[in-house]
Design a protein around this ligand. Structure first.
Ligand code: HEM
Length: 528
């Protein structure tokens, strides 16, 4: 910080060739910004020489200062020995509402799970708090301020993958691998690899989703989470050594290619053909809506090696460098920076060493992959819904209509109440399911947890849809414009379908959830 100024000194700079303002205690020289300011020159001159914090906050979102502020910052109000910076022996005031010592975040009600706001929880310990802090710092600094420009550019910078890898976030989203030496970087928050559990993973994904961009979350960990899973769990050591290190150090990308133009949720009928040619398979077919396909180096591909139906499906590792692989970016309504792609395989020769697991056992692997994928969808969708609450409460406290703040209108509070009850109920269910996954025999999880996880995915995407709609109504025109104050809500609103359709559409999830649970009930002797 360059200099200290008094309020009187700032008040002298009110001309078009000398224009200063105070925002949040800092002094900005906006002289060279006047003609470029998107809100116009006049409004800056009207507020020149004074504290414009309240007005600034009412027209911008916080990332404007993070991104552009430093170019105009010349100092702060006060002196270095002003009372706020002088050390004293006085005991810090303790908030009488605190019941523990673990509050975290900005305390906007319901903008974080309850355990952040000092509630007791049986699930979390010091290591979870360490992950929470580390990932939040990373996302606040390296991700959130840039989501809008990455979305518009329809791609993420390579440095983001490298930085996220170094921060342990890529590794955390994948979880345990057979050979930890394949992971270059430690887990976030300094948590020991062997102590890292599903709640650490939940926190990592939840905190990452605070960036409020499905394009970023799908772009960074979407292909990784679902494409690397089959390699981690079923591939040979040789394939693991070939693929895992690059994907987890941020230099390579992987995607999962199952869906085809003719069928989404009907996986058992996929038709991409892998013909046995003796020492290799010859692959022909098309895949559609493949997350990260545009820039993926590796493709975990479901192909037909055998008879029709689920018994003839295998997983192959296909590499972009293999002749006959082409991809093109698809124009989707949301998740723009995630590289959603149409993929074509034309006479691709795939060595037999690239079979993942066993031939014709692919359907089983696909099914096992679904539970973690769906839990990932729940985490992201529910955090996005929570962001709709946070943004609406914050905006509702500054925007005034008909002589009072939005938050003082009962109709707005009613909207918030309905959003909150849905998000909190979904999060409680999510935690209960994650807890089961830390306790239950992994072989039983696909059967016992498949139904409830499917239902919870539908619950989360419906909650997200509801909250995005209500937040958009609260933000009005600002949620109808890309960028600016309504940036997060506008983007999330058009990303809802990326959670309610892939990974099992809501309709399939609701049906499966009941069917599966009835089956489990029958096995357990239910009298129905
Ligand atoms: C460091 C100082 C400032 C910077 C870097 C800045 C930057 C921006 C940017 C980037 C926008 C486009 C919308 C957005 O992205 O949020 C904008 C819009 C605007 N700004 Fe500023 N601004 C500054 C100070 C101010 C101040 C002090 C005022 C008023 C007192 C002001 C009033 C406005 C208005 C009215 C708009 C239009 C909002 C809308 O489109 O709804 N700005 N500003």
């Amino acid at each position: 910080m360059a200099k200290n100024f008094s309020i009187e000194e700032v008040a002298k700079h009110t001309a078009s060739n000398d224009c200063w303002v105070i925002i949040h205690g800092n002094v900005y020289d906006l002289t060279n910004f006047l003609s470029e300011h998107p809100g116009g020159k006049k409004i800056l001159l009207k507020n020149a020489g004074i504290d414009a914090t309240e007005k600034f906050d009412s027209f911008h979102n916080a990332s404007v200062l993070t991104k552009m502020g430093s170019a105009f910052l010349i100092g702060k109000i006060g002196s270095d020995d002003s009372p706020s910076t002088v050390e004293t022996d006085e005991v810090e005031d303790v908030n009488p509402l605190m019941v523990g010592q673990h509050s975290f975040g900005d305390m906007v009600p319901y903008s974080d799970p309850m355990w952040y706001q000092d509630w007791y929880s049986p699930y979390y310990n010091e290591t979870h708090r360490a992950v929470r802090k580390a990932v939040r710092e990373f996302v606040d600094k390296e991700v959130t301020p840039f989501c809008h420009e990455w979305d518009e550019a329809k791609q993420l910078p390579r440095e983001l993958y490298l930085k996220a890898a170094k921060a342990g976030i890529l590794g955390a989203c994948v979880g345990q691998v057979d050979d930890p030496s394949l992971m270059k970087y430690p887990m976030p928050g300094g948590v020991k690899y062997e102590e890292f559990d599903s709640f650490h993973r939940l926190i990592t994904m939840d905190e990452l989703s605070r960036c409020a961009s499905g394009g970023v979350t799908w772009g960074l960990i979407g292909g990784l989470g679902i494409g690397l899973g089959p390699i981690v769990h079923f591939a040979s050591k040789e394939l693991q050594e070939r693929v895992i290190p690059g994907c987890l150090d941020g230099t390579k990308n992987i995607c999962l290619a199952i869906t085809e133009p003719s069928g989404g949720s009907d996986v058992a009928n996929l038709s991409t053909e892998a013909k046995d040619m003796g020492d290799h398979f010859l692959v022909n077919g098309e895949k559609k809506w493949i997350t990260n396909g545009v820039f993926a180096d590796f493709f975990t591909v479901a192909v037909r090696t055998g008879k029709p139906g689920f018994g003839g499906i295998s997983f192959l590792l296909i590499e972009r460098s293999m002749p006959g692989v082409t991809t093109r970016q698809m124009n989707c309504s949301g998740v723009w920076s995630s590289g959603t792609s149409f993929v074509i395989f034309e006479d691709v020769k795939v060595p037999k060493s690239h079979v993942i697991g066993k031939v014709d056992k692919g359907f089983k692997y696909i099914m096992q992959n679904f539970n973690p994928e769906r839990i990932g969808c729940v985490i992201q969708a529910n955090r996005f819904a929570r962001i709709c609450i946070e943004e609406s409460i914050t905006y509702g406290n500054k925007r005034e209509t008909f002589g009072k703040k939005l938050i003082d209108h009962p109709v707005i509070r009613n909207k918030l109440a309905n959003m909150i009850r849905k998000v909190e109920a979904t999060h409680a269910w999510l935690e209960a399911l994650v807890y089961q996954s830390t306790q239950m025999d992994p072989n039983l999880q696909a059967i016992r947890l498949g139904g409830p996880i499917a239902l919870c995915k539908a619950q989360a995407s419906r909650t997200f849809e509801y909250c995005a709609r209500e937040a958009a109504q609260i933000f009005g025109g600002l949620a109808y414009t890309r960028g600016g104050q309504g940036e997060k809500v506008e983007r999330l609103y058009r990303e809802v379908r990326a959670y309610s359709i892939p990974g099992g559409s809501e309709e399939i999830m609701l049906d499966l959830g009941v069917r599966q649970s009835i089956k489990v009930g029958q096995f357990m002797g239910a009298k129905m």
